[in-house]
Ligand binder design. Structure first.
Ligand code: PLP
Length: 439
């Protein structure tokens, strides 16, 4: 029998072996992350040499419920004992149940859940649905965004420079609001939102509304820096989509299912799209899963000539069991409420205090346990902190037992949603010390 754990292994042995598997293209060179992880529980992870880390990354922001949650493991095991394999074309009880539980947590007006294997293929399929229903081709998406690593999803992602041009056909980008580095020279939130909307209107008009199938937008852009949209912006995008008959897709893959302190990030803004894409937090990554939540106004146009997905593993029973168990446990343990409270009472004020102490913290922003600090050379120039210093910061946090999610010049503070106040404070203190140790 294959075993996956061997007491005698060192971190170095595991790293050597893992070079044979590739995550990102650069991991083959071994430069990805300094860590090797053996086991976990809640907010904590351990390596092969017994070192403990506080997980402030939630593993690419997906482990909302925490590691090895007993109720999720039990849910998966119950399905595993019954049947672990099934073709998506057969009726599947767990799939129906998971869809029902998801629909119960979104606003009225949504009636179908189309399951995929993750976030990128959720966005692919949402785009395909929008194109099929409108008969139009173009998709507008934001420069500051991440939508996944496959064909249309990576092209929709703002930074698509590494993607061959043939995939880029029909994709158009616009600037989304980001007051700290405004593209519109705005002085305040209202101005930023209003100007971003004028800009989006101009793009729609110059591209020709009759050619635009969808606007795809992360409700709160995550990898781009946790950019909470200004008041009124999402309402304005909804109004533009309605005015021009464009399908509005909110990508809630990273921000959705508890992370912001509400079930969906869109709940903070009271704006409802036509399609919602999800993955990550839906079952905390215990078994790969994602999907598209479809509104009635879209699903009533579905007909049998439309082809979406066709994914062999779509609605896999183990993934569905993990979704059901995760959503139930989050409800029973008020994990979404915890994310809201820890964000508002510990993380946001704690990060603001850190910003008062260190001039290299340019901005603090976020919702719930979805917070980020943006680091700069100094507050006056707002020049992004150099890569060498960011590398030193990351190494020093890891050295002190904190696993952060660092992107460019930002530390994303994204522990699991069940993080305790004490763990959150411990993490903040490590971040503060790392900033203090920077030479
Ligand atoms: N959309 C957003 C907002 C994401 O953050 C990600 C992943 O980070 C994706 C889509 C892609 O999800 P996946 O990696 O499951 O394909």
């Amino acid at each position: 029998m294959t075993t996956f754990y061997n007491e005698s292994l060192s971190n170095q042995d595991v790293k050597q072996l893992d070079r044979k598997g590739v995550f990102h293209s650069w991991s083959a060179q071994g430069s990805l992350d300094p860590l090797v992880i053996k086991s976990g529980s809640g907010c904590r992870l351990w390596d092969y040499e017994g070192r403990e880390y506080l997980d402030f990354s939630s593993q690419l922001v997906n482990t909302n419920i925490g590691h090895q949650h007993p109720k999720v493991l039990a849910g998966i095991k119950a399905q595993l004992d019954e049947l672990a394999t099934v073709a998506p074309s057969h009726a599947n009880y767990a799939r129906g149940l998971a869809a029902e539980k998801i629909l119960a947590r979104v606003p009225a007006g949504f009636d179908k859940v189309f399951f995929t294997n993750g976030g990128a293929d959720a966005n692919e399929n949402a785009i395909r649905m929008a194109r099929a229903i409108t008969g139009r081709e173009k998709v507008l998406s934001a420069y500051r965004s991440y939508h996944g690593g496959t064909g249309s999803a990576i092209v929709a992602t703002g930074d698509f420079r590494r993607v061959p041009n043939e995939y880029a056909r029909g994709h158009v980008h616009f600037f989304n609001p980001y007051l700290y580095r405004s593209d519109f020279w705005a002085q305040n939130e209202e101005e930023e939102g209003a100007r971003a909307l004028q800009h989006l209107r101009r793009i729609i008009e110059s591209e020709g509304a009759e050619s635009i199938a969808a606007i795809l937008l992360e409700t709160v852009p995550g990898t781009a820096g946790i950019l909470v949209p200004p008041k009124g912006y999402l309402d304005g995008v909804r109004a533009l989509a309605d005015e021009f008959g464009i399908v509005l897709i909110f990508d809630e893959v990273m921000a959705g299912f508890g992370r912001t302190g509400k079930w969906l990030a869109m709940d903070h803004f009271g704006v409802t799209p036509d399609l919602i894409t999800f993955a990550k937090g839906i079952n905390s990554g215990y078994v790969p899963a994602g999907g598209v939540i479809v509104s009635e106004r879209i699903s009533r146009h579905f007909d049998e000539n439309m082809f979406f997905g066709g994914l062999t593993y779509s609605g896999h029973p183990l993934a569905m069991a993990a979704i059901c168990a995760t959503l139930d446990a989050m409800e029973e343990e008020d994990i979404v409420g915890n994310a809201e409270r820890i964000g508002a009472n510990v993380l946001a004020p704690g990060l603001k205090q850190i910003a008062e102490r260190y001039d290299i913290v340019g901005e603090v922003r976020g919702l719930g346990v979805f917070q980020a600090i943006e680091l700069v050379e100094d507050r006056e120039s707002r020049q992004p902190l150099n890569a060498k210093a960011m590398g030193q910061l990351k190494a020093s946090m890891v050295e002190c037992g904190l696993l952060p999610f660092v992107v460019a010049n930002r530390i994303h503070v994204v522990p699991p949603c069940m993080v305790t106040a004490q763990e959150a404070e411990q993490g903040l203190s490590i971040i503060s010390d790392a900033l203090g140790s920077l030479k």
